[in-house]
Ligand binder design. Structure first.
Ligand code: C5P
Length: 236
């Protein structure tokens, strides 16, 4: 199932025009893009179809987390959109993850990749302990959530690049690690906590890096994206 390394641009824009203006900058290869809650809630499924028709692969990042029946039925709806990857929170538990996988699988047996969020890359070890009341370490928590997701048949997890290695050690090289929390050396971290550079994410074993603001707010988004590809994908 492991499809090779790629850079996914998080299109965290408020609406259609802004998003399509941004994507129009990419006149060569069409980047793999992530559509998150902001854009999806603003524009609905039509924006997914429109971006797909322009030739982009799509990670639909809606992070579902609800009772198994609700998530299973929601995933059935999402499976009708021709996305390449979608996700949920592993914290919803094994029954929810299995229901999601069943809902996502089309009658012909095909489905998008299904990835589980372990702990958000904005979550600090202090928050884990004091707010989520989880006494295990961040690494142990991420490993345990990843193992639950793997046991349910999911394709991988969303985690920090800093955790990609331990997830592969625990769940195998083929189990995908999709890693936000990527910043260029010396760049603005913003609200992310567990971050690293594209180059280091590659060394740490990430399969996909998800990069938002370092590309979308750059003065030259195409060259920022190409820098990510050069650091993360290129064999140099
Ligand atoms: O702008 P930035 O590079 O921080 O964007 C990261 C993207 O990845 C955002 O769209 C955010 O919602 C998403 N994400 C994350 N941490 C997770 C899961 C998704 O930052 N654990």
């Amino acid at each position: 199932m492991n499809m090779g390394k790629d850079v996914i641009i998080a299109c965290d824009f408020a609406g259609r025009n802004e998003t399509l203006d941004f994507l129009s900058l990419f006149t060569g290869n069409k980047p793999f893009v992530k559509i998150g809650m902001e854009l999806f809630y603003a524009e609905g499924p039509e924006i997914v179809r429109e971006i797909k028709n322009r030739g982009h692969k799509i990670f639909l990042d809606l992070k579902l987390h609800d009772i198994p029946n609700t998530v299973g039925k929601a995933m059935r709806v999402l499976s009708g959109l021709d996305v390449d990857m979608c996700n949920l929170h592993a914290a919803g538990g094994s029954e929810m993850m299995r229901a999601a996988l069943a809902g996502l699988t089309r009658s012909n047996g095909t489905r998008p990749l299904l990835i589980a969020v372990t702990q958000l890359t904005s979550t600090t070890p202090q928050m884990l302990k004091n707010e989520l009341l989880i006494d295990s370490s961040m690494n142990d928590t991420v490993i345990s959530y990843a193992q639950n997701a793997a046991a349910c048949g999911l394709d991988g997890v969303v985690c920090s690049p800093l955790e990609a290695g331990i997830v592969h050690d625990a769940c195998g090289a083929e189990f995908l690690t999709v890693t936000p929390g990527v910043r260029f050396a010396g760049g603005d971290v913003g609200d992310q906590a567990r971050v690293t550079t594209p180059e280091r994410a590659k060394l740490l074993g990430s399969d996909y890096i998800v990069v938002g603001r370092p590309v979308t707010t750059s003065e030259n988004p195409v060259s920022a994206y190409e820098r990510c590809i050069k650091e993360f994908v290129s064999e140099v």
